[in-house]
Structure formats: structure tokens, C-alpha cells
Design a protein around this ligand. Structure first.
Ligand code: COA
Ligand code: AMP
Length: 677
């Protein structure tokens, strides 16, 4: 990240791009402000305040009086004990939303819609081109299933506060087990199926999971993914193995169960007593979602119950424009933040129907798959990653396939997870003829930092920008010394504390790591890890990570964890992994290794071995396919490997050679290797 570089004509005042200043005082609500049974559509539901200037008014309200703003939004949630205090700011830099309130997130997502007479409305549609099946659940059916799953987990000893790992493909049991944990007040942690056993074991250990919910297998278009054998391997690797597992048996590849430890999902649910929702503190954790940091050790992002429910309800209506009765499809695996927020929780909290898709944008069976799903289920809002649209575009460059389906119900396409390149944005807008909305957020925030809020007030689009900060987010661009830079100048994207409801209160079991990773760089600010700038109109431009995190096909990965695998090889003296530009996946990792002196090894054999090791240790999701054996790595005089310089050369750019370089000849020798694709 280059700080101090002008991108547009700058204004030289430090704060001129900041829309407002926000108070951090804690506040109290009168008991009369809230009551159980407040309607899900309350607060800032779309339409309440919608119209010209609605966005700015909402942003300013959230900035000047966050307690009042979020208290208002909290009316969309049914509390078993309504909040009297909105924000606990007693222990900065740690903040807690709705510290004295109680609720059950699952009851908010399911039971209350049944209680409101909407039990026969559709809650979940599982569309699975890989198995050729479609299954629909009404709110009543889903509530019953979830209550049984909660009963089954309780029978295995799961209680409020216990952790449950969910390692499942995109099948209804994934949604059901997440909600079942929420019903019990247990804490779920979903692990994406593309991760290898060692990664699963690390998460089992960090969370000290009591139970793991998994399946016999998953189905990728080109192969069967053997979940159960991977789970068995992970349990063997774990220092703190779970007491029990619940296994969904799939006909495509059954798996043997270990007596006493493993239990069949269907049998357990059939035998279970339905469990009622357990009220929990708003500040209790709802889930942990592990995400890649700069080291090999993943960070356990904690999501609370109360702030999360409020943020989900607010954003579903105001950002995505989805209300009760609408159909939302977030085509992301539930192993990622988008899947948690906008496939599972937010649509159901809003009383909308959600689509769970077990397939790919292309190849299941073709690049028209997304449009078929939209038409068949009457999807109103589609949310995916730019890489999925790039994959579709590559196979349907002229955009012919959408024309074969009735897409008249589709109001908008939201894209997030990585930078939205203008060509992909243009293709989607032209082909679909609807708003294509770039929104920027992170696993840590759980909902958009910046977007055009479709439900509140659609904003004019600027190519390459996810538009303006959402209410509750005060985005500042800081230089290396922590001073705000003028508009148009690049710097570190930071968020002024406190962060709004729904964002991470801490890392699982590690307040110190939370503070060290995010809060210490600049006093009073959360460090996003992204570089970027704000333009004269306050529009945000995200230029990419400033750390060792890369985005591969919308999946967040750590180059540090790949380097750790390479470094373990006995022949390797030094290594570096950098994320280089890829036309389909946005970025892909590339390895560079130096062999120890005296070691004789065929570079091709070594490279193949290293590729296999990364797949084996981290998983296929890493897409680690290229490693070059080189004689030396370029470094600064203090020994820091010049990863960014190498990445920029690999991307075809000509970066300035840092003056601190130890030996420019090393970098010169590498240029042809880096430029070769
Ligand atoms: N379980 C097991 N393996 C998985 C998996 C899962 N849930 N998801 C992906 N993988 C495997 C793939 O099979 C592939 O394995 P391979 O090396 O044997 O081919 C590997 O991981 C890499 O997967 P991916 O990077 O997804 O590539 P792909 O070629 O299978 O698909 C896209 C490319 C663009 C179609 C796909 O990446 C995609 O749909 N991306 C959208 C991402 C997204 O929604 N992100 C959420 C954030 S918003
Ligand atoms: P994840 O935690 O997996 O959601 O990844 C978060 C990271 O993805 C961010 O820190 C950004 O680097 C990147 N990202 C997400 N959305 C966008 C976007 N709309 N534009 C640019 N980068 C994005």
C-alpha cells in the first residue's frame, strides 16, 4: 500500500470527506421504548424513511445519536428482556451492544413468524443441481426440524455456551444445525468444506467443540468430497477431540459410524424431543467464524446475539431491500460470512424466504444455472461474489442465457467479497438491466461497511466504488502516523470506534489478540487491513489488503499459512507466497522457494510435492498450483522479504525498487520468473 498518493483532485482539509462525527456515549432506553412482540418490520424498515436524502439522514442520525438510532432499529427484534441500555462503553476499546437485554436468535428467525400466522409461508428452499433435487420448508416445518435438531444436540449434552462445529456441504442440515445451536444458546462454528482435516482440527481445538455436525460426503461437480473420512482424520489430529458427532448420511457415499461417538442425524432427530428456545444475553456469542489472518493461526471472529439480530434486520431491509415474503438468494457457501449473514440469519429474521444452493455458477449444468434458480424460485435479490459472475461471463460472453428465463422478479444483484472490476459490473448491468450493487465488508463486520442502500435510498453508482459508508460506520483513511489524509489520497482504511451492532466484539477467547490485530495500530480506530481512499463525494474506493491476506475466488486466505506449509519441507531454506492477479478468481497464490545449500532435488518434483502438501494441509480451496524454485528471494537490508514488490512485478507492473533493498540483482534475476504465467 502506497500512502500519500493522490487519486483525484484532493481537498487539503483533513476531515472534509467525513459526513459526521459520532458520539460514543452509552445511553439508556426507557422501558416503554420496547416490548416483546414488536413487529419484525419495525424501526428503519424500508419505506419508513426512504426517499431522497434518506441515506444521509440515517447516517447522520446513527453518527450523532447511535443509542437512539440503534434503539430504534432494535424494535425489529423480539426480546425476552428488552434493552434498557443500548451501548456499554465502559471498557474501551471493547464495546458491547444491548448489554442488559435477552433474546433467542432462533426464535426471532423462526418461531415468531409462525406465531404471527405466517407458518405456511416458505422459509427455506434447498436447490441442489448436483443431486437433482429441490426441497422446500415452510416456517412451521423448519421450526419443527430445528427444534428436533436442538433436542438431538441437547441429548448429546450440548448446553448454552457450548461450542458445536458444523462441517457440512450446502444441505438443509447446515442451516438447521446452525439454528438449532442458536435455539439452545450454544455457539456454532461452521467450517467450509474446502478446508483440509488439519484446518478443521485447528478449529475444533480452538473452539473446544463438544460436538461436530458433519455429513458422509459432499458433491463437487468433478468429485465426491469425503467429509466423514476428513472428519475422522481431524478428530485424530485434534488435541481436544469432540465427545460426539452427528452425521448426515448421504446416499452418494455412505460412511461407517464409530459406535458411541458418531450418531446418525436422521435417527437422532427422529428420536429427539423438540427443544424450546433458550433466552440468552444479547452479548452472549451466537457463533464463531474462523477467518484467515496474517499468520497461519486463523482468527475466531465472535458474533453476539443481540447486536447481530439488530444489524441483520436493519441491513436486510435497508441495504438489500428485502422484506417479509420476499425471496433472498445469497449464493455463498454457509462456511463464509456472506452465507452466515445473508443466506441464513438475515432473510429468516426478516421473515423472507432464503435459497440454499448446492451447485456452482457454471457446470451445474451450465452458465444459465443462476438464472434458472432466480426464475424458478422468484428470487428478488441475488447476492454473490464477482468471481461467480466472471465465471458465468466467460461461458456466456454475450449474455444470452439470462434471456431464456423469466427474471422479472429480480430487483438487484449485490456483489461482495472482493473487488468488483468495472468490466464485470458493466456486463452484469447490461445483461440483467437491474442495479448491480458493489458492497464492501469483512467477516469481522458481518454486514456492509459501504454499499448503496437499496431499501433506504439507492445512491448514484461510481464504477469501482462500493459507494458510501453505511450508518454506524465512520470510515477514515489514515496515513502511517495515524493522521487523516485528504480526499483522494490513499491510506489505511479504518473505522472509528465503536463499531456498530453486529460487528465483532472480540476474538474467541483472546481479547489481547483482538486488540493487537485490529485496535492498536491507531488509537480509537479499527484497522480493516485494507488500503483505499475516499473521493471528494465521500465515496469509498478499496484498493486491496495491506497485509498477507489474499482473496481467491472470493475466499479469504492467508499467504502466511501457505508459507508455513512450504517452510516445513526439509529441502526448503526460504519461501514466499504472494497473491497474483487472476482473470477468473481475482487472485491466486504463487510460491517462490529457495532450496537449502547442498540439497539436490529436481525442481519439478519439488514443486509438485509442495503443491500437494498445501492441498493436503490447507485444502483445495487454497488453489495453490504454482511454485517456482529460485536461487534467492529479494529482501530489505533488515531481512524483510519484498513480497509486495514481487506481487506487483508478477501483475505486470513496474514498481519502484525500495531504497532499502539488500541486493537489487536478486530482484532483477527474478523478474522473468515472476512475469512468466
Ligand atoms: N467442499 C470441498 N471442496 C470444495 C468446496 C467445498 N465446499 N468448494 C470448493 N472446493 C474445491 C473445488 O472443488 C476445487 O477443487 P479442485 O482443485 O479439485 O478443482 C477447489 O476447491 C477450488 O475451488 P474454487 O476456487 O471455488 O474453484 P472452482 O473452479 O471449483 O469454481 C468458481 C470457481 C468461480 C465457480 C467458484 O469459486 C465460485 O462460485 N466462487 C464464488 C465464491 C463465493 O461465493 N464466495 C463467497 C464470498 S461472497
Ligand atoms: P472476508 O472476510 O472473507 O469477507 O474478506 C474481506 C475482505 O475482502 C476485505 O477486507 C476486502 O479486502 C475484500 N472485499 C470484500 N468486499 C469487497 C469489495 N466490495 N470491494 C473490494 N474488496 C472487498
Amino acid at each position: 500500500m502506497v500512502t500519500g498518493q493522490h487519486r483525484t483532485s484532493p481537498h487539503e482539509t483533513s476531515d472534509q470527506h467525513v459526513i459526521g462525527q459520532r458520539g460514543t456515549d452509552q445511553a439508556r432506553l426507557s422501558q416503554d421504548d420496547h416490548g416483546p412482540g414488536d413487529s419484525p418490520g419495525g424501526g428503519d424498515s424500508p419505506g419508513d424513511d426512504a426517499g431522497v436524502g434518506a441515506y444521509r439522514r440515517a447516517w447522520e442520525r446513527a453518527a450523532s445519536d447511535p443509542a437512539e438510532f440503534w434503539a430504534d432499529a432494535a424494535r425489529a427484534v423480539t426480546w425476552t428482556r428488552p434493552p434498557r441500555r443500548v451501548l456499554d462503553a465502559d471498557r474501551p476499546p471493547f464495546y458491547r451492544w444491548f448489554p442488559d437485554a435477552e433474546l433467542n436468535t432462533c426464535a426471532n428467525a423462526l418461531d415468531r413468524h409462525v406465531d404471527a400466522g405466517r407458518g405456511s409461508d416458505l422459509a427455506l428452499i434447498h436447490d441442489s443441481p448436483v443431486t437433482g433435487t429441490i426441497r422446500r420448508y415452510t416456517f412451521t416445518e423448519l421450526t419443527d426440524e430445528v427444534a428436533r435438531a436442538a433436542g438431538a444436540l441437547a441429548a448429546l449434552g450440548v448446553r448454552r455456551g457450548d461450542r458445536v462445529i458444523i462441517y457440512l456441504p450446502m444441505i438443509p442440515a447446515a442451516v438447521i444445525s446452525m439454528l438449532a445451536c442458536a435455539r439452545l444458546g450454544a455457539v456454532h462454528s461452521v467450517v467450509f468444506g474446502g478446508f483440509a482435516p488439519a484446518e478443521l482440527a485447528a478449529r475444533i481445538d480452538d473452539a473446544r467443540a463438544k460436538v461436530v455436525v458433519s455429513a458422509s460426503c459432499g458433491l463437487e461437480p468433478n468429485r465426491i468430497v469425503a467429509y466423514k473420512p476428513m472428519l475422522d482424520e481431524a478428530i485424530a489430529l485434534a488435541a481436544h477431540p469432540p465427545e460426539h458427532t452427528l452425521i448426515v448420511a448421504r446416499p452418494q457415499q455412505p460412511a461407517p459410524l464409530v459406535p458411541g461417538r458418531d450418531h446418525d442425524w436422521d435417527a437422532a432427530l427422529a428420536a429427539a424431543t423438540p427443544h424450546p428456545p433458550v433466552p440468552v444475553a444479547a452479548t452472549d456469542p451466537l457463533y464463531i467464524l474462523y477467518t484467515s489472518g496474517t499468520t497461519g493461526r486463523p482468527k475466531g471472529i465472535v458474533r453476539d446475539n443481540g447486536g447481530h439480530a439488530v444489524a441483520m434486520a436493519w441491513s436486510m431491509g435497508n441495504v438489500y431491500g428485502i422484506r417479509a415474503g420476499d425471496v433472498m438468494w445469497a449464493a455463498s457457501d454457509v462456511g463464509w460470512a456472506v452465507g452466515h449473514s445473508y443466506t441464513v440469519y438475515a432473510p429468516l429474521l426478516a421473515g423472507a424466504t432464503t435459497v440454499l444452493y448446492e451447485g456452482k455458477p457454471v457446470g451445474t449444468p451450465d452458465a444459465g444455472a443462476f438464472w434458472r434458480v432466480v426464475a424458478e424460485h422468484g428470487v428478488n435479490v441475488l447476492f454473490t461474489a464477482p468471481t461467480a459472475i466472471r465465471a458465468i461471463r466467460r461461458e456466456d460472453p454475450n449474455g444470452d442465457l439470462p434471456g431464456r428465463y423469466d427474471l422479472s422478479g429480480l430487483r438487484a444483484l449485490f456483489l461482495a467479497g472482493e473487488r468488483l472490476d468495472p468490466a464485470t459490473c458493466d456486463w452484469a448491468s447490461t445483461t440483467l438491466g437491474i442495479p448491480v450493487i458493489d458492497n464492501y465488508w469483512q467477516t469481522e463486520t458481518g454486514w456492509p461497511i459501504a454499499s448503496s442502500p437499496l431499501g433506504l435510498e439507492p445512491l448514484p453508482v461510481k464504477a469501482g466504488s462500493p459507494s458510501l459508508p453505511m450508518p454506524g460506520y465512520d470510515v477514515r483513511v489514515l496515513d502511517d502516523t495515524g493522521r487523516p489524509v485528504p480526499a483522494g489520497v490513499e491510506g489505511a482504511l479504518c473505522l472509528r470506534l465503536p463499531l456498530p451492532p453486529g460487528t465483532l466484539p472480540t476474538l474467541w477467547g483472546d481479547d489481547e489478540r483482538y486488540a493487537a490485530s485490529y485496535l492498536r495500530a491507531f488509537d480509537g480506530f479499527y484497522l480493516t487491513g485494507d488500503g483505499g481512499y475516499l473521493d471528494d463525494d465521500g465515496y469509498l474506493f478499496v484498493l486491496g489488503r495491506t497485509d498477507d491476506v489474499i482473496n481467491v475466488a472470493g475466499h479469504r486466505l492467508s499467504t502466511g499459512s501457505m508459507e508455513a506449509v512450504l517452510a516445513e519441507h526439509p529441502a526448503i531454506a526460504e519461501c514466499a507466497v504472494v497473491g497474483v492477479a487472476d482473470p477468473l478468481k481475482g487472485q491466486v497464490p504463487r510460491g517462490l522457494v529457495v532450496v537449502k545449500a547442498g540439497v539436490e532435488i529436481d525442481p519439478a518434483v519439488l514443486a509438485a510435492d509442495l503443491v500437494a502438501r498445501v492441498r493436503e494441509r490447507i485444502g483445495p480451496v487454497a488453489v495453490f498450483r504454482r511454485v517456482d524454485v529460485v536461487t534467492a528471494l529479494p529482501k530489505t537490508r533488515s531481512g524483510k522479504i519484498l513480497r509486495r514488490t514481487m506481487r506487483e512485478i508478477a501483475d505486470g507492473r513496474s514498481p519502484a525498487v525500495p531504497p532499502t533493498i539488500e541486493d537489487p540483482a536478486v530482484l532483477d534475476a527474478l523478474r522473468p520468473v515472476l512475469r512468466a504465467h
